[in-house]
Write a protein that binds this ligand. Structure first.
Ligand code: AMP
Length: 186
């Protein structure tokens, strides 16, 4: 069956880099909810208008909106054919439960959840060094706080379901990718 993988990790853990490599290597479809929202903001859609202020403050867009966007995307045939790498979703327990229901309705299984583990102090330094427009100190801190409060509980959620693989995210991108590949064995 086509793989269905979730990638978790704090902002600045290197998820983007590892996703690009996984997609190149395995031909799975990358679904980044952050990219989808940024595209909506750039296009000036209704969704984009609603999401813009929330995103720049480091907050989370509502579960209802996110679940709707992802359910629609997961129904497309490129994903049933090639599998999916979910990046940035789920971010809350409500989203994880919704995703579980979507997969159950589709009769498919979650393959694995990869957590790229980089300590809080290290990601904070990386984020400050990156200097992206939406990376104000306040927004970075708010995103990291949200991650600990809302997304870190998903580690237990998936560990209980025997789906969680924790990858040491310290080291260069080749080293980390070798660990990811070793853990996935696709
Ligand atoms: P990312 O590129 O994944 O860091 O996402 C950028 C921003 O988009 C986040 O800081 C949130 O404001 C919003 N966002 C992306 N994915 C989600 C999600 N699954 N739930 C809520 N908000 C999200």
């Amino acid at each position: 069956m086509a793989p269905r993988i979730i990638i978790l990790g704090r902002q600045g853990a290197g998820k983007g880099t590892q996703c690009a490599r996984l997609v190149a290597e395995h031909g799975i479809v990358h679904v980044s909810t952050g990219d989808m929202l940024r595209a909506a903001v750039a296009a000036g859609t209704e969704l984009g208008k609603q999401a813009e202020a929330i995103m720049s403050s480091g907050g989370l867009v509502s579960d209802e909106i996110m679940n709707g966007i992802v359910a629609e995307r997961l129904a497309e045939s490129d994903i049933s054919e090639n599998g999916v790498l979910l990046d940035g979703f789920p971010r809350t327990t409500v989203q994880a439960e919704t995703l579980e229901q979507i997969f159950a309705d589709q009769g498919v299984e979650l393959t694995a959840v990869i957590n790229i583990d980089v300590p809080l102090e290290e990601v904070t330094e990386r984020m400050m060094a990156r200097g992206r427009d939406d990376d104000t100190k306040e927004a970075i801190e708010e995103r990291l706080r949200n991650y600990e409060a809302q997304t870190a509980p998903l580690l237990d959620f998936y560990a209980e379901r025997n789906k969680l693989v924790v990858i040491d995210g310290l080291g260069n991108e080749d080293t980390v990718f070798a660990r990811v590949q070793g853990a996935l064995a696709l």
